[in-house]
Design a protein around this ligand. Structure first.
Ligand code: AHR
Length: 328
């Protein structure tokens, strides 16, 4: 049947209307889906200002997207995280997001999530699983690079070729990928220079109170600090160490050079006062990125296996007068 001239003239208009109404409908459906997305989020606790900011960043990003976030605080216990993940499975959430407090021991619960068809995104910390298909993606920092950056600062700072330097390292939570990464990356660089020796490496569990205890122990045992450098795996422990030094004649930043990781406001302030020499940033504000990936997953799109966030290094040589407040 031949079409009339009027029919032919109307055809493009009808098509446009059809396409428009289709896009509009899809858009409405998409918004509807996003509103109904439920994410189960297992956080490890609130051991540092960094962690509190990380939690807030997830909460803000979820609420800005109309996503329901079921939040659980594991209070530093892996078994609490496992329980939380199991309850998210029973609840049939759309996506599980969690921070693995330590690297090992997740296989069983993740298999349960996989059998239930729930994708898992790990954030901030990595883990070791026998079957890599048990989780979809990692989003967070490159902790090995953070350790390298801490060591690079020291190599640049100490110019005297005939001097030797003793390092006290305060480690983060034992068994965590963060502590492992900061340990490995630091050694990768520092061991290239014979002047530096890590004379003590001690567990601080990322706690300010442990930083204090460690400083007290070494000050009680010795009349002088037996170290030239403190490398602390986070700001909290470095600040605890500083709390103790404040009441001694030892000058932080001069008698003992201090490098730490996170870039909390309090550490940046100490850097500006000359009490800390270098702060390697670890960025906790990853909520928007994570929620964006959650949305993509629920839309059936694939997401990158590993996403590292950009991070800075702040040193005593930088002009930090214009640095915006850190927010943590
Ligand atoms: O996993 C990131 C680390 O955990 C941060 O460096 C530390 O402050 C936190 O508690």
């Amino acid at each position: 049947m031949k079409s009339t001239i009027i029919q032919r003239m109307l055809f493009p208009l009808i098509c446009t209307l059809l396409i428009f109404s289709c896009t509009k409908k899809q858009e409405v459906e998409l918004n509807q889906i996003q509103k109904n997305i439920i994410v189960g989020f297992s956080q490890i606790g609130a051991e540092s200002a960094w962690r509190t900011c990380n939690t807030q960043s997830m909460r803000d990003a979820a609420s800005a997207s109309g996503i329901q976030l079921l939040y659980d605080n594991a209070e530093q216990k892996q078994e609490n995280q496992i329980k939380a993940i199991r309850s998210f499975i029973v609840y049939q959430v759309d996506v599980i997001v969690f921070v693995p407090i330590v690297q090992d021991g997740w296989d069983n619960v993740l298999r349960e999530a996989k059998d239930a068809g729930i994708p898992v995104i790990i954030i901030d910390r990595k883990m070791r699983v026998a079957d890599e298909s048990l989780f979809t993606a990692y989003i967070g920092a490159d902790h090995v690079e953070e350790g390298r950056n801490a060591a690079r600062f020291l190599l640049k700072k100490f110019k005297d070729e005939n001097q030797n330097y003793r390092i006290l390292e305060i480690l983060g939570t034992a068994g965590s990928s963060v502590a492992d990464g900061r340990y490995t990356g630091f050694r990768e660089i520092i061991n290239t220079d014979k002047r530096f020796t890590i004379t003590t490496s001690i567990d601080g569990d990322f706690l300010r109170s442990r930083g204090k205890e460690i400083a007290e122990t070494y000050l009680m045992e010795n009349t002088k600090l037996p170290f030239d450098i403190l490398y602390s795996h986070n700001d909290g422990m470095a600040l605890g160490f500083l709390d103790v030094l404040e009441n001694t004649p030892i000058l932080p930043g001069k008698d003992i050079v201090i490098v730490s990781v996170d870039a909390e406001q309090a550490a940046i302030d100490a850097l500006k006062e000359g009490k800390i020499n270098c702060v390697v940033e670890c960025n906790p504000k990853i909520g928007d990125l994570v929620i964006d990936m959650v949305k993509q997953l629920t839309e059936g799109k694939s997401i990158p296996r590993v996403t590292y966030v950009n991070e800075n290094v702040f040193t005593e040589w930088d002009d930090l007068s214009l640095l915006p407040l850190r927010g943590y």
